[in-house]
Ligand binder design. Structure first.
Ligand code: G6P
Length: 615
């Protein structure tokens, strides 16, 4: 969702804020704004905000400039109020003293606004956020002995919803106060300055030593340091950790888009995810295990919860866990799971999959599961993320920072990590012999090299994309492990090309979706070798008979498929359960090339955000 950055230190804040926002823009990008505290004799809040991408704001500020050494910056993903200048953050209290930036939703903003309006306050935006800054300013006005931090501590308990908030006050020109509840906020120190950001990426160029603020904590940042307290003002500490991401990994490095770079990083990302997965005796290990291994032996049901692309990785994992570990698996969209009454027991293992580790629905689903005494394993890309901290065990995907909004390398590494978890469960329950586990792991270790080979199809796919981009829709069909890849291929395409794209279980086509086929309409079929190949070939024949143009993703050496499909992209032969890690690659490349052909904003597609911290 929204990107947040804050700086107080010896440098000009504006430069730091704009550079920080550039690294966070993928979180939201319908408007951007900054506040810089002018630290001259009579400190004042200088606020500039503009609808549109960060470049609009930074373009304006490049001629104007704002001097001051403390400030906040924000990129917005609108929830309450249209994306326009007025609703952009920061928001300033009507007495002009306090400014705030916010990520999340204040659910009780309406009664708070009514209360403040009745007390004579005037509002200048339609946002939920503005009530917070008015409340803080009102608290200080009512009791002048309160400093900014004390006023924030008073106001936070009145807020409902999820939020991370950062404030400055012209009366304390070197101070930033921040707080959070169920939305991420990380703090860092560098060269006599203190910083905060909604995401590690915003701090990486300054420091790798970060402290994640925890729910209900309040941080006070000055150039001299950061102090953290709870809401009563008692000393507290966030979660401190070292980030092992490389700054260069968050840059484009010559690629025209992050998404293309990240697609090409998949061999490395998968290799990293597989590193050191066994101990000296060859026994599989997890990254963080806060559970007794006996509890894994007792697992009798697995429930995977996730959203978006991560949900598709969970769907792929179902086949591996059921096949290797022999445990029944349900896969459910986190936003649905959290609002039903799932039947869970202490022997249920809930696997929460989230690249960011901050998705509100997935976090709530994990909490819901833990309340019912189920154990939660997190599969995430972000060390120290809320999900990683909450879970009873963690498997990291080690994909490095992913900036493109459409998930690519986080998806393939999630499948790999989940396959490792499947083998771990199989090992715990002795469902596989140790040498069988070792064989599967060895097959997975060959994947980076095989993905490299699949990436060679890029020119062929790019050519096809020119043709497919002229069509109004694309359908994707698959069976077995090909089904989640059909869904993922369609999701990638709709996210970044804005074309209508749907994925279907190939066997379901004749129950409805086949009615959509028009002569010349493109259909992508996942048709690799395996026990359903002949079935998918029949499904290809059915759509061909209705005039579809079919692109098949098939196994190298399958020349017969050319008799059925109009175009074929080959991937190397692998174990049937591992095909998704290869077959998704041409679909990512197809979506990418079609979006480029249609001149779309590949890395920052309309209406989407990378990390969804609201429900
Ligand atoms: C957003 C992103 C998707 C992602 C989904 C779940 O919608 O745009 O790429 O798959 O959130 O995110 P998570 O961080 O939980 O994997």
């Amino acid at each position: 969702m929204c990107g947040i950055i804050g700086y107080t230190g010896p440098a000009q804040a504006l430069d730091v804020l704009l550079a920080g926002l550039a690294t966070l823009e993928y979180r939201g990008y319908d408007s951007a704004g900054v506040v810089v505290v002018d630290d001259a004799q009579a400190p004042a809040l200088q606020v500039r905000k503009r609808q549109g991408k960060l470049s609009v704001l930074s373009g304006e500020l490049s001629t104007e400039g704002l001097t001051g050494r403390t400030g906040l910056g924000h990129t917005r993903w609108a929830t309450h109020g249209a994306p326009n200048d007025r609703n952009a953050h920061p928001h300033v209290s009507d007495d002009g003293a306090v400014a705030v930036i916010h990520n999340g939703i204040i659910e009780n903003h309406a009664p708070l606004r009514a209360e403040l309006t009745a007390a004579g306050h005037s509002f200048s935006s339609e946002t939920d956020t503005e009530v917070v800054v008015q409340l803080v300013a009102a608290a200080r006005a009512a009791d002048p002995s309160l400093d900014l931090a004390a006023a924030v501590r008073l106001v936070v308990p009145r807020l409902e919803g999820a939020f991370s908030l950062a404030f400055v006050d012209r009366r304390e020109p070197e101070v930033i106060v921040a707080t959070r509840r169920e939305a991420p906020l990380v703090l860092g120190r560098s060269q006599g300055s203190s910083l905060l950001a909604s995401d590690i990426a915003g701090l990486l160029v300054h420091t790798r030593e970060v402290e994640a603020l925890l729910d209900g904590q309040v941080a006070v940042l000055t150039p001299r340091g950061v102090t953290v307290t709870d809401l009563d003002g008692a000393p507290a500490q966030g979660h401190r950790f070292t980030v092992d991401w490389d700054v260069a990994a968050a840059e484009k490095q010559g690629y025209e888009h992050f998404m293309r770079k990240e697609i090409h990083e998949q061999p490395t990302a998968v290799r990293e995810t597989l590193l050191a997965r066994t101990d000296a005796e060859g026994v599989l290990i997890l990254d963080e295990l806060r559970l007794d291994p006996a509890e894994f032996r007792a697992v009798d049901t697995v429930v995977i919860v996730a959203c978006g692309t991560s949900f598709h990785a969970g769907m792929v994992a179902k086949y591996a866990i059921e096949h290797w570990a022999g445990i029944p698996v349900e896969v459910e969209i986190a936003s649905e799971f959290r609002y039903r009454d799932p039947i869970l027991s202490p022997h249920t293992l809930v696997v929460a999959v989230s690249q960011s580790g901050e998705t509100a629905d997935t976090l709530a689903a994990a909490a819901h599961a833990q309340e019912q005494r189920a154990k939660v394993v997190a599969v995430t890309n972000v060390v120290g993320s809320s999900l990683a901290r909450r879970a009873d065990a963690v498997l990291y995907t080690r994909a490095g920072p992913e900036i493109g909004v459409a998930g690519t390398k986080t998806f393939t590494t999630q499948i790999v990590a989940l396959d490792v978890l499947a083998l771990y469960l199989a090992q715990s329950r002795r469902a596989l012999f140790p040498d069988e586990c070792a064989d599967h792991l060895a097959r997975m270790e060959a994947l980076p090299e095989l993905i490299e080979q699949v990436l060679q199809c890029e020119p062929q796919v790019a050519e096809l994309a020119q043709v497919f981009a002229r069509s109004g829709y694309v359908m994707f069909v698959g069976r077995h492990v090909g089904l989640p890849i059909a869904l993922e291929g369609a999701l990638k395409l709709k996210e970044i090309s804005y074309l209508h794209a749907e994925g279907f279980a190939a066997g379901e086509m004749k129950h409805g979706p086949i009615a959509l086929i028009e002569p010349g309409g493109p259909v992508v079929a996942l048709a690799t070798r395996g026990h359903v190949r002949s079935k998918i070939v029949s499904n290809i024949a059915e759509v061909k008979a209705r005039g579809a143009v079919v692109l098949a993703i098939a196994t190298e050496g399958d020349t017969e498929i050319k008799e059925h499909a109009d175009h074929v992209v080959y991937v190397p032969e692998v174990h049937e359960l591992l095909y998704p890690i290869l077959t998704v690659v041409p679909l990512q490349l197809l979506a990418y090339a079609m979006a480029v052909a249609l001149d779309r904003d590949v890395d920052q597609p309309r209406n989407l955000a990378k990390t969804v911290t609201v429900e």
